[in-house]
Design a protein around this ligand. Structure first.
Ligand SMILES: Cc1ncc(COP(=O)(O)O)c(C=O)c1O
Length: 484
């Protein structure tokens, strides 16, 4: 901080400046959220543009926050892909909702580290409350204990570490060296985070076996059973099965009700990846799609996907939290306390010692929307997805490439008599045109080796008007691509 004489004294931004700038920032946030739909979704930049616009070295003398905020507005925001835009239909569309944004702001101000109960009792206990509220909302039994991680990738890693602990009790002290090989099974449409976790846990890539899916992209249980039997005959231990409820490519839902007893019969842990699909269980008419997940050992649900909570927030539910704790608990002397044993110490549930206060934003979201608000919004997203599906179904030039159980439509421009190779090229051109227009943002996948455009509806501001505008843009882009 600069003194009147120009000398530098230690200290933070003065409280009065924080108040004034805080009001400005709050105004900016409210304006941004209200008018983000007027911006380009994908920025008009090429790689390196943002970096080139910023000084390569840090300032020696501190600068004003006004200068930093001006650069935020002039350089950073124009280089952002706006996930909070109502025409963001890529990957899984999400929302940093108002209540969630307020929760993030306050948790930054509190800046607590909830590594143990003592280091922030309220952060620990609110995490227990918020994850338990979410458990009740999705209708899971009360023996599922929840913790919050940053991402589903870490939640799945931790769940599979618990599975490894059960399959190889010796691993805790001796490691995997010299033990029989083990395998984790997931459908060919499972997210790459499952295979990454398997690699990280020391099973190697050969410790991961993908199971083929049926016509609706759901894991085939006959193939799962055959794979586990074949592996056991070869001396390989089935460690875990990871069904997905809402796969990344197509939002298919694996038949968890059939998978659980099969996995049990082979002594395997069941971890359900409901990172995307989990919140659908809050909607009464969608809940049956997830039936059987209540029999799992662990489940991941990401409130930062379809539950309006700003990134990052992933809840891991575990039926046997003691196993998770056994896998990770290692208590250094300086973190021992007299209440040990009577409280939850979040550091015991994963690799990270430090924990952000993520529960606050989730709690605000659950309070503000309530069950009714969540149901109304998810229901509307599914309605909009099915509306787009119906338009594409009615057009002979477009194909709906997968069923639409939730909020994602997989589309392919495929006029009669167009070869698959040509259609792949055309769909790539359509994708590039849509994203290059800045009017909407899509991502893609490949199904049966063919390029497919993914339209994910999941932003709270997305209305029928945005979906209709996208449908027009897709058809215009297809016409332009085929005439090129
Ligand atoms: C089904 C599924 N599981 C897991 C993940 C990984 O999520 P995260 O980014 O939270 O690690 C994704 C990401 O889109 C996903 O779609």
């Amino acid at each position: 901080m600069k003194g009147a004489s120009g000398s530098i004294s230690p200290g933070d931004l003065p409280a009065e400046d924080l108040r004034r700038l805080g009001h400005e920032v709050a105004d900016w946030i409210a304006d941004y959220v209200a008018s983000v739909g007027d911006l380009r979704v994908f920025p008009d930049v090429v790689p390196g543009d943002v970096r080139r616009s910023l000084p390569a070295a840090p300032p020696e003398a501190g600068e004003s926050m006004e200068a930093a905020l001006a650069d935020f507005r002039d350089i950073i925001v124009p280089g952002v892909t706006h996930w909070n835009h109502p025409a963001f239909f890529g990957y899984f569309a999400i929302t940093g909702s108002g209540p969630g944004i307020l929760g993030e702001m306050l948790s930054a101000a509190l800046n607590v580290n909830a590594m143990v109960w003592r280091s922030s009792p309220a952060a620990t206990e609110l995490e227990e409350v918020a994850t338990d509220w979410l458990r009740q909302l999705v209708g899971l039994p009360d023996d599922f204990d929840g913790v919050i991680n940053d991402t589903a990738s870490h939640s799945t890693l931790y769940a599979l570490a618990a599975a490894r602990e059960v399959a190889y009790p010796e691993v805790h002290d001796g490691g995997l060296f010299g033990l029989p090989r083990g395998r984790v099974y997931a459908s060919e449409h499972a997210h790459s985070s499952v295979e990454k976790a398997v690699m990280t846990l020391g099973f190697g890539r050969s410790g991961y076996r993908t199971i083929p899916s049926d016509d609706a992209f759901r894991m085939r249980t006959d193939a799962l059973e055959a794979a586990m039997e074949e592996d056991e005959a070869a001396g390989i231990r089935p460690v875990a099965v990871v069904p997905t409820l809402g796969t990344t490519s197509v939002t298919s839902l694996d038949p968890v009700g059939e998978i659980v007893p099969l996995a049990r019969a082979h002594g395997a842990w069941v971890h359900v990846d409901a990172a995307y699909g989990g919140p659908a269980a809050i909607v009464p008419e969608l809940r049956p799609l997830l039936s059987g997940w209540e029999g799992a050992d662990s489940i991941v649900i990401n409130p930062h996907k379809w539950l309006f909570t700003p990134t990052d927030c992933s809840t891991l539910y575990c039926r046997r939290p003691g196993v998770l704790v056994r896998a990770f608990s290692l208590i250094p002397e300086y973190l021992r306390s007299t209440e040990q044993g009577d409280v939850k110490n979040l550091m015991d549930y994963g690799v990270a010692l430090g924990r952000r206060f993520r529960a606050l934003k989730l709690w605000f979201v659950l309070r503000w929307f309530g069950r009714d608000g969540i149901v109304a919004n998810i229901r509307e997203h599914v309605r909009l997805a099915r509306l787009l599906e119906s338009w594409a179904d009615a057009s002979e030039d477009w194909e709906v490439a997968a069923p639409v159980p939730l909020g994602l439509v997989c589309l392919r421009h495929a006029p009669p008599r167009m070869s698959d190779e040509r259609a792949d090229d055309i769909n790539q051109l359509i994708l590039d045109r849509v994203n290059g227009s800045g009017k909407a943002f899509l991502s893609h996948t490949k199904l049966h080796g063919r390029l497919v455009l993914r339209v994910a509806v999941g932003n709270l501001k997305t209305t029928e008007r945005h979906v209709a505008a996208l449908w027009d843009l897709l058809r215009e882009s297809a016409a332009a691509a085929t005439s090129d």
